[in-house]
Every structure is written in structure tokens, then in C-alpha cells.
Design a protein around this ligand. Sequence first.
Ligand SMILES: CC(C)=CCC/C(C)=C/CC/C(C)=C/CC/C(C)=C/[C@@H]1[C@@H](COP(=O)(O)OP(=O)(O)O)[C@]1(C)CC/C=C(\C)CC/C=C(\C)CCC=C(C)C
Ligand SMILES: [Mn+2]
Length: 389
Amino acid sequence: MPGALLYVGCPKGNVAASVFGFEDGKLRKRRRGRLPACRISVVSSAVANPAARTSEERVYEVVLKQAALVREQKKTKKKTVDMEGMSNWDLLNEAYGRCGDVCAEYAKTFYLGTLLMTPERRRAVWAIYVWCRRTDELVDGPNASHITPKALDRWEQRLSDLFEGSPYDMYDAALAHTVSKYPVDIQPFKDMIEGMRLDLRKSRYQNFDELYLYCYYVAGTVGLMSVPVMGIAPESKATTETVYNAALALGIANQLTNILRDVGEDARRGRVYLPQDELALAGLSDEDIFRGQVTDKWRSFMKEQIKRARMFFDEAEKGVAELNAASRWPVWASLLLYKQILDSIEANDYNNFTKRAYVGKAKKLLTLPIAYGRALMVPTSKAADQMRS
Ligand SMILES: CC(C)=CCC/C(C)=C/CC/C(C)=C/CC/C(C)=C/[C@@H]1[C@@H](COP(=O)(O)OP(=O)(O)O)[C@]1(C)CC/C=C(\C)CC/C=C(\C)CCC=C(C)C
Ligand SMILES: [Mn+2]
């Protein structure tokens, strides 16, 4: 019963909920009022085994844990740990400076956006960025062919060490300082490494539930790592979970967009990051992807995939206004820029086999003031937050 909407309840407190899935071959969004935390999900695996937890439920537990950590810090006003070897402020500043250099080189627009943040938040976001980039480079960089699960285990040990205050190098030292200063949980970092492990052993995703988990690992995690640093606006009345859900949605939306943009490139590496059951439902198979011909079947399949990615962007948009004022602009800018990649896939008549979708310089420049305008939107009132959920 691939693609059926399945409602799974779980007695765990109430949260706002929505879900995206296929029903009668069409993508649908279901929104319900206050729902059990584990909420509704789309999964064929759970149909086979009703006791199995869906990816959404598993990921939502991490969201709740991170949100609780933030609330706890608000109550206890955790003090920054001054780590051994970190008392030398020049060294620490240099470590952060190096992270800034990497950002400026690899992600110029994002780097410019961070310049609007307070110096403390800005450098903490750089440190997180660099750790993410290095983690991705392990499986996608020039030495990727030598990377084994053991190497990822060692990377994870380094991660634990830096969270304990024993960084291995300068970049780790910057992150070690960041995680001692902000209420950042280690779980999303571990989960990103898990995503890289998946990339070493898996090249097909049977259904959206499997793909969702992968997208959470490699990208949803970024949202959960970043919000504790970016901060929620003091005047925001939204629940912490609502904001973290939006952050998670932005990561998922970005990764789904990445996947749709890179279909041809991934296929040339023998990878298909598209739900196999949805391909089959559309009358398509891996062979069609390797052949790389834009047919009507492909166009309608892509239309539904793009629609789903946009739904995640919509979900994310609801949370941006709740962030600290200075963090909103870079988030809006990155959201609007990424979303336009979907427009570009459409403009290429869904040829993501041989044409790379991108956002041109002029559109990029135009997006920045638009993002700035949106960043002026103030957080919602509590009543509005409740109405939205
Ligand atoms: C309330 C609300 C909406 C808050 C915003 C929360 C927030 C800041 C979310 C960030 C979402 C984001 C930028 C996710 C990154 C998604 C992504 C592109 C992941 C890529 C993974 C692997 O992709 P793949 O290998 O398929 O593709 P490549 O060819 O390699 O590109 C990543 C490459 C994982 C590594 C991620 C990064 C290097 C980006 C890390 C970014 C930050 C820490 C900064 C985020 C902050 C802003 C302002 C965007
Ligand atoms: Mn990559």
C-alpha cells in the first residue's frame, strides 16, 4: 500500500502537526489541530508493521530534546565553560577567524548574511558551518574513496571529545567553545555523521519515509544545530518546538531541492535519491533515470516532487519571524535562494539530467533586499501561534 496516508498516535504531549504524503497518486498535506507528539506520518513500513516507529516520529524526539535543552538553559542561565587551552583569547579568536575564512571561501552569500549577526553568534555559526562542511567532505571530498566506516567512527570520537572540551584542532576548538556557550545538543551532530554512514552503504530509498530520515540526517540536523545559536526572539510567543520544527523543515526542504537539482549528477554516480515506490507509481524506474530522457511521465513525477519540497519550505517560512531579529535576514536569504532552484528546474522543463538548475547573479542580488524586507516581520503573538497549529 505504498503512499497511503497513515495516522499514528503516540501519547507524548501535544504539538502542532502536519504531514505530506501521497494519496490516490497525488501529494496531499494534512494539517490537524493539536496532535499527539508522534503525529501523523506517511509510511509503507509502518503499514507492514504498525508497531514500527516512522522516521518523522524518531526525528521529532530529537526536536523535543533540543527544544527542552533550550528551555532548560533559559531557566538556569548556563555559564560559558572556559575550557582548558581556551583561556588564550588570541588563539580562540584565531580559531574562529579561520572558520570565517572557510565560510567566506565556500559560501559567500551566506557569509555576507552572517555579518549582520552579533559577532558572538556570527562566529558560532561559522564554527558549525565548518564542522558540517568538513563532515560532508569526508564522503564527498577528494579523499572520499578512502573513507571507511572506521574513519567516520574516528570522526565521531573527535566530536565527542570536543563536546567534552578536548578539541583536536583549531576548527574543533572553535566549535568546542561554541557548544559550551550555547545550548547545542550533540545528537544532531552525531546524526549528521550517521547520514554520511548511510551514504557509504545505501544508494536507493524505498519510500519517502526512508528518504525523509536521510534528509534529516544530512540537512535537517543543520537547522537543529543552528537555532540555539541564532536564538529565538525574546518577544516571540511561539513554542520552542514550533521554531525547531520550522528549522528542521528548512533543512529537509533544502536537501529535497538538492536532490531534485542533482538527479543526473547522482545517477552518474549510481545513486538515486528518489522514493522507489513513488517512481513505480508514476510508471518510472531507475532505467528511466539512467536513460535521462524528459518524458511526460517524468514531468508529472517531478511536479509532485517539487510540490512536496515547496510544502517543506512553506512550513519553514512560518518559523523564521520567530528568530532573533539579526538572524532572520541570512535565513530568509538562504531560504528564498534555495527555493528558486525549484523554479529553475521548472524553467529547464524538468531536465535535471543534463541541465544544472541555478539562480543567476541578478536574481540573487534581487533576493537580498526581498529577504531583508521579510526579516523585518515581527514574531507572532501566542494567539496566532495557536491558530496556526
Ligand atoms: C526557524 C528557522 C526556519 C530557522 C532556520 C534554521 C536554519 C539555519 C536552517 C539551515 C538549513 C540549511 C542551510 C541546511 C543545509 C542543507 C544542506 C544543503 C545540506 C548539505 C548536505 C549534503 O548534501 P549533498 O552532499 O547532497 O550536496 P552537496 O553537493 O555536497 O552540496 C550538506 C552539504 C551538509 C553540510 C551542510 C552545510 C555545509 C551547511 C551548513 C550551514 C550552516 C551551519 C549555516 C546555516 C545557517 C544559515 C543562515 C543558512
Ligand atoms: Mn556533499
